[in-house]
Write a protein that binds this ligand. Structure first.
Ligand SMILES: Cc1cc2nc3c(=O)[nH]c(=O)nc-3n(C[C@H](O)[C@H](O)[C@H](O)COP(=O)(O)O)c2cc1C
Length: 165
């Protein structure tokens, strides 16, 4: 049987909210990517810390996932847009866990910059079969559920969850 897992990172809860709506729509399991040392800086300082991590190629350590990825054939991967790419803890996740042979459906929340290079970068960082990325502004607001549903249909997910054969 096909099983789906939503794996996401969220610093200020937008991506978390979107992931939770996605869970309601798909029935998929939900797992958060947690840095071993959470980011505690206020916004401006955080943007500088992250820019530095990206420039150095630093993979911020993350806690091990609770779930065994081998049990899943579809991974919904959620991230905020950080400097036009996926958040650094998501980079660590993709570096540490192989998604080879899995279907990967990426979703992103952003502050006005849209996908930026995030969809291109997921394809570079990941070995799975990558579907079209959904990008939502901040937490998607009242349109989040509708946009998620439309995206699920577009990428071939039935309303009751699970990929169509
Ligand atoms: C370090 C950092 C860098 C960001 N860079 C961008 C960016 O390049 N483009 C953009 O549209 N939004 C950017 N944002 C805004 C976030 O993408 C947006 O607020 C997102 O919804 C936050 O998700 P979260 O609440 O799940 O952490 C940035 C935010 C942070 C903290």
């Amino acid at each position: 049987m096909k099983k789906s897992l939503i794996v996401y990172f969220s610093q200020s809860s937008n991506t978390r909210r979107v992931a939770q709506i996605l869970q309601k729509l798909t029935g998929a399991d939900l797992e958060e990517i947690r840095p071993v040392s959470p980011y505690t800086e206020p916004y401006e300082a955080l943007t500088r810390v992250v820019k530095d991590e990206l420039q150095r190629g630093f993979l911020r350590p993350i806690e091990a996932l609770d779930r065994d990825l081998s049990q899943y054939d579809t991974i919904f991967l959620g991230s905020p847009n950080w400097w036009s790419t996926v958040a650094t803890p998501v980079r660590t996740f993709l570096n540490r866990y192989s998604l080879e042979g899995k279907t990967v459906a990426p979703f992103l929340t952003h502050g006005g910059g849209g996908k930026g290079n995030a969809d291109r970068d997921v394809k570079k960082l990941c070995t799975g079969q990558i579907l079209e990325m959904l990008a939502l502004y901040e937490d998607g607001g009242s349109r989040a559920e509708g946009e998620l549903s439309a995206w699920l249909q577009k990428i071939g997910f039935a309303a009751e969850g699970g990929a169509k054969e």
